[in-house]
Write a protein that binds this ligand. Structure first.
Ligand SMILES: Cc1ncc(COP(=O)(O)O)c(C=O)c1O
Length: 412
């Protein structure tokens, strides 16, 4: 006998990342030699959670009201403007009237609102087959479902042919498409789309929506500011959104957790781009309703921190320099991991940059158990294990591949 409603009986947060992350954290507390490569946060070379000095400085400059007063549901105009300046950078003028912003608790809030307002009950979102698992949970919570596209073709590039096939299937079955793309530094693989792949994807969306079929591109850009190609490259890809027709809309999910290392503050944003004012007005109306009903308003502290950093030229400059340094740290760790992987014959899925690297294997759970015995904690998922490079220092990145290879060989 349960008092839960029917749909809630099966609800159980089975997220490996949270559960195994908590175990790793506990073990690390007892024994500093434990390697915790589970959780998606940035740690410094001394294995301490990394915080941006410029973010701390901005925090010290906020007034009591700016920190603790209620914020408005969609967020202030200053916040909207600051987010647009950050996300569009040199293309700000071109996009400022073609875009709208909604404050959300992290990127997760942006994903939740977008699913809620652009899919009907029972509709399926189109997700990559390697993915951040919480997409599925958010969809279930919204009474929705999913199908997956193959992220990679046989050449290790984005499988645009499979994306097209799935989009056409959904067009036929439900008359609308919501496609999720997590780029750059895809979680869990670290893949980043090429410029050519972006161009082809946008062309495909225009082609499929030309007859009036609504197509929503949900661009999960959680790791955008950690792309090794830098701001210019990632923003140039965003410029392609200007080519979309009025039957399509892009909604970007921005994460303050990742860009500013504000994980626990819970600040993020939905950023919609469309050349149709009606699409943008609809976006404002429906998402304001959803936000008000789910979390009432987002953290004023998080919003004002972002406003302060982006509007103060000196703080912005020092924050950008620190970000550059973090990117470099991640690149160095990834290079070490990949060089050592090559030496010992450990194969990873296509990787470009970011917080994670993923290794295919037949028995991920057994690999996990083997590694835990060696005091190494990673995340088994599907037919892969995910290693969080952002959380482990350079020397550990160097020594892990050999041990992971041993674990895979021993459990095959
Ligand atoms: C791919 C991806 N999207 C979105 C998020 C959401 O992060 P947050 O809600 O903390 O901004 C995460 C967090 O790990 C992620 O990895």
């Amino acid at each position: 006998m349960t008092l839960l409603a029917k749909r809630s009986i099966i609800k159980e947060d089975k997220s490996n990342i949270i559960t195994l992350g908590a175990i790793a954290k506990e073990q690390k507390k007892k024994d500093p030699e434990v390697v915790n490569a589970t959780i998606g946060m940035l740690y410094d070379e001394n294995e301490k959670l990394f915080a941006y000095k410029s973010v701390d400085k901005a925090l010290s400059l906020l007034s009591t009201d700016e920190k603790y007063a209620y914020g408005s549901t969609p967020g202030s105009k200053d916040f909207h403007d600051a987010i647009k300046k950050w996300v569009f950078r040199e293309y700000y003028d071109e996009f400022k009237d073609l875009s709208r912003v909604m404050a959300t608790p992290g990127g997760t809030g942006a994903l939740s609102n977008t699913f809620a307002n652009y899919l009907d009950d029972g509709d399926k979102a189109l997700l990559p087959n390697y993915m951040w698992g919480n997409y599925k949970q958010v969809l279930y919570e919204n009474h929705q479902d999913f199908m997956t596209y193959k992220l990679f073709n046989d050449n290790g590039s984005l499988d645009l042919a499979d994306i097209k096939k799935c989009m056409l299937e959904l067009k036929a079955s439900q008359g609308r498409i919501l496609l999720v793309v997590n780029d750059p530094c895809h979680n869990p693989t670290g893949y980043s789309m090429t410029e050519d792949e972006w161009v082809k994807l946008i062309d495909m969306i225009n082609e499929i929506s030309a007859d009036g079929t609504p197509v929503i591109l949900l661009h999960d850009m959680a790791y955008i500011d950690y792309s090794k190609a830098g701001f210019d490259y990632t923003r140039k890809n965003i410029l392609l959104y200007k080519k979309l027709n009025d039957n399509a809309i892009v909604i970007m999910a921005f994460s303050g957790s990742k860009t500013l290392a504000l994980y626990g503050v819970r600040i993020g944003a939905q950023i919609a781009v469309s050349s149709s004012k009606a699409n943008l007005d609809d976006f404002d109306k429906a998402n304001k309703f959803s936000s008000r009903s789910k979390w009432s308003n987002s953290t004023n502290l998080g919003m004002n921190l972002i406003v302060k950093i982006i509007n103060d030229p000196e703080l912005k400059k020092s924050f950008e320099e620190e970000l550059e340094q973090s990117r470099k740290t991640l690149i160095d760790r990834a290079n070490s991991f990949l060089v050592e992987s090559k030496k010992c014959g450990l194969v990873t899925l296509p990787f470009d940059c970011g917080f994670f690297v993923t290794i295919p294997c037949n028995n991920p759970e057994k690999v996990y158990d083997y590694l835990v015995k060696k005091k190494i904690h990673i995340i088994p998922m599907g037919k892969v294990v995910r290693v969080t490079l952002s959380a482990i220092p350079l020397d550990v990145c160097k020594r892990l591949p050999k041990i992971i290879k041993e674990a895979i060989d021993a459990t095959n």
